[in-house]
Design a binder for this molecule. Structure first.
Ligand SMILES: NC(=O)c1ccc[n+]([C@@H]2O[C@H](COP(=O)([O-])OP(=O)(O)OC[C@H]3O[C@@H](n4cnc5c(N)ncnc54)[C@H](O)[C@@H]3O)[C@@H](O)[C@H]2O)c1
Length: 259
């Protein structure tokens, strides 16, 4: 991630970036931001529609874009998708592990086992399985950069969402630990912790009476975030501009977690 290209002084032009959950929300904004910066895209999601549209946009900018459908909780799906991406692009220089689910709203005693398992499977195992294939490839290539999308729920509690909070604390923890493990091997691994961001993930939540106003009131900046604001941070962490950052966690929260 060190080659500078005059078209994009972040050095992302010509790099191939693998993105999970790329078809919607933050993943989509990352993909479109990376395309604007001249990066080639390997787009992974459960369904093909969203990623197909983004790939078309990227190809319209004369970039390479591949689409891969599958479930991040399946090592077979992730392995096949990543191998296909490497075969089509020749290399994968960076990755954004973004696919995630919120899960049901309930106090812990009332949570269903199936929801807990789903949230942990997608948000924790999905990131770990993705990182495994990414790390193996980056070790062969001699380096790379990985960004995990955690959450403000990765650093504070959030009543009614124990599984989500536990899963995002886990993403921060696995980022720190993998960051330590690969620090000397030219692979940087960082996470970001966004607070509320306007995406389909929280549409139902914000639609409930009074919830959006309360959410805004809990952000001292006076508003919720936009997916492009998370994408900007993820691109900085992917790029050589953040060359001294690894194992770190960048909080993007409009001061909502400041104590
Ligand atoms: N929106 C927020 O307020 C917010 C805040 C902090 C962190 N996040 C995190 O950002 C990430 C992206 O969320 P978003 O808000 O863009 O949500 P979103 O629902 O708009 O997009 C999530 C994408 O992930 C995909 N996905 C879900 N499960 C998958 C699976 N098992 N395998 C493959 N793909 C899967 C979905 O199909 C979807 O395209 C998540 O990890 C989420 O926890 C979101």
């Amino acid at each position: 991630m060190t080659t500078l290209n005059p078209a994009d002084d972040r050095g992302l032009a010509g790099q191939t970036i693998f993105i999970t959950g790329a078809g919607s929300g933050i993943g989509r904004a990352c993909a479109l931001g990376l395309a604007k910066a001249g990066a080639n895209l390997a787009l992974f999601d459960l369904a093909g529609d969203g990623i197909a549209e983004i790939a078309e946009t990227a190809r319209g900018l004369s970039l390479k874009a591949s689409t891969h459908t599958g479930d991040v909780t399946s090592s077979a799906d992730v392995g096949a998708a990543f191998a296909a991406a490497v075969a089509q692009h020749g290399a994968v220089h960076g990755a954004i592990n973004n696919a995630g689910v919120l899960g049901e709203y309930a106090d812990l005693a009332d949570c269903s086992e199936s929801d807990w398992r789903r949230v942990i499977d997608v948000n924790v195992l999905g990131v770990a399985l993705s990182m495994q294939v990414e790390l193996r490839q980056m070790l062969q290539q001699g380096g790379g950069s990985i960004v995990n999308i955690a959450s403000a729920a990765g650093i504070i509690g959030w009543a009614g969402h124990t599984a989500y909070v536990a899963s995002k604390h886990a993403v921060v923890g696995l980022t720190k630990t993998a960051g330590l493990e690969y620090a000397k091997r030219n692979i940087r691994i960082n996470s970001v912790c966004p607070a509320f961001i306007y995406t389909p993930l929280i549409v139902d939540l914000l639609a409930q009476e009074g919830v959006e106003d309360a959410a805004i009131a809990s952000h001292p900046i006076g508003r919720l975030g936009q997916p492009e604001e998370v994408a900007e941070a993820a691109m900085w962490l992917l790029s050589g501009r953040s060359s001294f950052a690894t194992g770190s966690n960048l909080v993007l929260d409009g001061a909502s977690t400041v104590d």
